[in-house]
Design a protein around this ligand. Structure first.
Ligand SMILES: NC(=O)c1ccc[n+]([C@@H]2O[C@H](COP(=O)([O-])OP(=O)(O)OC[C@H]3O[C@@H](n4cnc5c(N)ncnc54)[C@H](O)[C@@H]3O)[C@@H](O)[C@H]2O)c1
Length: 257
């Protein structure tokens, strides 16, 4: 599906993978709607790309509805939803002092990463269903979700994060089946270690990243956000890609730590 002339919502579009995706899709002719908590960066990027910024907490139904309404209000048919908003969290099931995982932090990660993805997928797809199909297959749009290889092989302390991302992987096939009725495809990307602000910028962050890269097979480096955006665009443009979970990871298989 060609995105030229369409509207595309990118949650988490103010930074990292979402920002690169917003740039890629805007470059391909889409009007981008950046739905993110970060007003300063999101607005600056939307202005640069000729798009729209909507301050959005993806875990809040009404705020996601407002972002979708803003996409519809652009006057361009809404065709693309990219879920890239997400937060990391490290906490063990039982910590070294013998204390159980805090249920509030677990719930928070599920709310943002999993419910947030569910929210944009369901509310955005409802708006897509009201557009005209673009081709003889009856296609109306595409959803791209961002999980993680941690959904498949979570490391020590990744209980909450892996559960949230595993939920996204689990939604992929049933969502694709549900949304087939309205001509919407659904694919999920599982990134490995991609260089974005999520890892911070301190000297410690550099050490941490070097450690993370060690098990990457090839090329022996972190992935680039632009490479992720290229994959998003490929999945959107290739009409036969549906209900798929794609690893994007340089061949890495996470070790326990
Ligand atoms: N970078 C990696 O190595 C990597 C690997 C696997 C998965 N991921 C996933 O990719 C996605 C993007 O990560 P990134 O590396 O670009 O991180 P990032 O921190 O650079 O960007 C995340 C963006 O999400 C926004 N955000 C956070 N909570 C939000 C909320 N409740 N509502 C709306 N926006 C919110 C932030 O403001 C930020 O702009 C995340 O879901 C992350 O879990 C990243």
């Amino acid at each position: 599906m060609d995105v030229n002339g369409s509207a595309a919502i990118i949650s988490g579009g103010a930074s990292g993978l979402g920002e690169a995706t917003a740039r890629e899709l805007a470059g391909a002719g889409a009007t981008v709607v950046i739905a993110d908590l970060n007003e300063e960066r999101g607005k600056a990027l939307a202005d640069e790309l000729g798009g729209v910024f909507v301050k959005t907490d993806v875990s809040d139904d009404e705020q996601v509805q407002a972002a979708v309404d803003a996409a519809v209000a652009t006057g361009k048919p809404l065709r693309v939803l990219v879920n890239s908003a997400g937060i990391g969290w490290a906490e063990r099931t039982v910590n070294r002092n013998g204390e159980p995982h805090n249920p509030a932090t677990y719930r928070k990660v599920i709310e943002v990463n999993l419910i947030g993805t569910f929210n944009l997928m369901r509310i955005g797809a409802a708006a897509i269903s009201k557009t005209e199909p673009v081709d003889e297959d009856g296609q109306r749009g595409v959803v791209i979700n961002t999980a993680s290889v941690a959904a498949l092989e979570g490391q020590t302390g990744q209980l909450a994060y892996s559960a949230s991302k595993g939920g996204i992987v689990g939604m992929t096939v049933p969502a694709a089946r549900d949304l087939a009725a309205i001509g919407v495809r659904v694919n999920t990307i599982c990134p490995g270690i991609i260089d974005t602000p999520i890892y911070g910028f301190s000297a410690n962050a550099d050490d941490f990243k070097a450690k993370l890269v060690a098990p990457v097979v090839f090329p022996k480096r972190m992935g680039r956000a632009g490479e992720f955006a290229h994959l998003v665009r490929s999945l959107v443009e290739n009409d036969y890609m549906n209900a798929e979970v794609v690893r994007f990871d340089g061949g890495i298989r996470f070790q326990p730590k």
